[in-house]
Design a protein. Sequence first.
Length: 298
Amino acid sequence: MENDNKTIESEKKGELEHQENQQSEHDIEALKERYKQLNKLAEIGQLTAGILHEIQNPLNFVNNFSKLSIDLIKEIKEIFDNRKDVQLTAEEEDLLFLLDQLNGLNEKIGENGGRITRIIQSMLAQTRTENKNIQFDPVDLNLLLEEFTKLAYQGTRGEDKSFNVSLVFQLDATLKMVKLSATEISRVVLNLVNNACYAINEKLKQEIEGYTPQIIVSSKRLNDVVEIKIRDNGIGIPNEIKVKLFTPFFTTKPVGKGSGLGLALSRDIVTVMHRGTLSVDSEAGVFTEFTLQIPLTL
């Protein structure tokens, strides 16, 4: 009888060791796969940096010639202003009207060129690996939220042209400039909006009748902190997954779609670097809302 018990215990021990070995092999393979993904991301980062540098040069020409065109239009209009004592012909009146239109178009080119420049500079900063000299400067937070939300959305549309979502901005106009690291916070916004787009895309696959995909981005000043909320009405997050959400390398996305590092890094950027908080509220199948609170006294 004693020998039988020893045999059973030995078999159980052997089975447990076998299971542990299998689990270890599985974990090793998973780590190898993630390592490959991170290497690919690093290569993409280097390629992106090169492309952004190449874009920057012709963009500088666009911005500079836009400013030059506005200056030339101003000079032409000054010529007409110096002829105030002379009655303008109908053709000259039309010309002045067209100059005003042309001036407005060049201003729009300049505004959007500046927007592209800001995005490129921020993305170039994100491709750099050194974090020794992180800058905390006054930043137009509302502009940052709007630009990088749209950038993340367009990135998703770049992979799937059929993807559409309504972007709603509820931004506190009294915020003005907020002192923070624009590079790092833009990284957080990109990650959270990318996740929102993914959640919405997964829900779109369910072909729910009457479903209207929506992402709401809001900002609000609360005493000595600024609060940012990014909410989507996608597939939501079950409670059992929510507790693991900020764990490094944890992801619910299929292989190649996510490294499991985005939320962990976002949490560190907000909580460690900016001494703020990052929390999530969600209901499976209904919504997910991330809330950032950043002190205004950095």
